[in-house]
Design a binder for this molecule. Sequence first.
Ligand code: NMX
Ligand code: MLT
Length: 432
Amino acid sequence: IKNRFYQKASKCVNEYQRLKNEHGDKVIANVTIEQVMTGMKGVPSLITDTSKLDPTTGIRFRGYTIPELREKLPRLNPDGEPLPEGLFYLMLIGEIPERDDVLNLSKDWATRAYVPQHVFDVIDAIPKNARPMTQFSAAILSMATDSIFQKAYRTGVHKKHYWDTTYEDVMNLIARLPRIAAYIYRRQFFNDHHIEPDPRLDWAGNLAHMMGHESDEIKRLLRLYMVIHADHEGGNVSAHATHLVGSALSNPYYAYAAGMLGLAGPLHGYANQEVINWIFSMLQELDTDNPTEEQIIAYSKRTLAEGRVIPGYGHAVLRQTDPRFTAQQEFAKKYVKDDKLINIVNTLHRVVPPILEETGKVKNPWPNVDAYSGSLLYHYGIKEHSFYTVMFGVSRALGVLASLVMDRLYGLPIERPSSYPLKWYHEQAGDK
Ligand code: NMX
Ligand code: MLT
């Protein structure tokens, strides 16, 4: 896979150089003050090949939608879900892999999955009441001791070879994540009764196994989960933070840890916990596990009146229901008969968009990926919702780290946009 990646991607390096040399002065966009004041939305300023987000049709990984991926990427069983290994291959190389490519990648990651003892020691030194994302980020940082990129950099390796050691770090890092995540899960919620990895299992199947969830259906769910959360073009907080920190040639462990610290925020990946927290607070307050539509509407309106957001709804780019929400809804339709929490999530899908629309300010009233994910995990017995963002983070590694390898192959420079005092913007607006 490394050779194949190099053969394919080195052609793009030439194209990158040619574009810069021949068209570097071409104007591609104007920037408004509103864009600056709303988080640089819509400003084209990053190069990311792994995926592109369309506001209405959603994410495409190297051109493929989620339904297309579910059909085309190799699976273990004909009626199962695609293996995330295949998506990583697609994001890195740009081609749908053969089944053997995917199985080889699975084996490669299994052989790289050894986690050094000091990583467990670092996790064990953190109080058990620390958030799982605190433990996860600390564990990732502690692995930087193994960075091959960092060692090579210090020995003065030529910059054209940076991608090679970055690739090795990235593969080792991804391979280790299921073990680390499962260790945190079992430490926190199962009294330190840990489960050893099974090297015969695929990456996501092994995560389910080490978490102690063995059914085929959960393994299928986790494969789907790891595919749909893997990437959302380059501008989202976790991808952008990884890219930004990586642009200083910080090692891949630092760069990905930075991404995870961004993912831990409530407007990003923490929203998958918030959705469940919010629903449970509602049920507790109403003293029922079967609220009526009217009660749900009243509770949603109150949340807004209190100046809070309704978690799982809205998006910085999407302007339609997130196809990742739909993929999970379809999974639930296929496998889950009647589940109270999932029924509430479906009711929310009906009642929340008009309420958000009524505010007149929410640009996207539709549900995002986080509106569904917790209810499905909960249904399958993964009820520890403070852990959900770690699962999102394990998946997100696939996209942001594939991009990091490409950043180093293209030789992308340090990222350094300009900032100005507020007064300067007033002056630009002719506003005295
Ligand atoms: N509930 C209440 N208000 C909202 C919501 C929501 N779900 N979504 C947006 N708004 C508000 C937003 O706070 C802002 O208010 P104000 O002008 O008073 O500051 C206004 O609507 C305009 O915001 P938008 O331009 O529509 O959204 P923006 O691009 O700034 O933010 C999110 C996007 C995703 C941060 C925002 O929709 C949100 O906070 N959603 C809830 C949290 C969530 O589900 N996050 C997960 C996103 C997906 N992920 O996994 O990362
Ligand atoms: C993501 O998956 O990163 C989120 O949907 C947030 C985003 O795309 O901005």
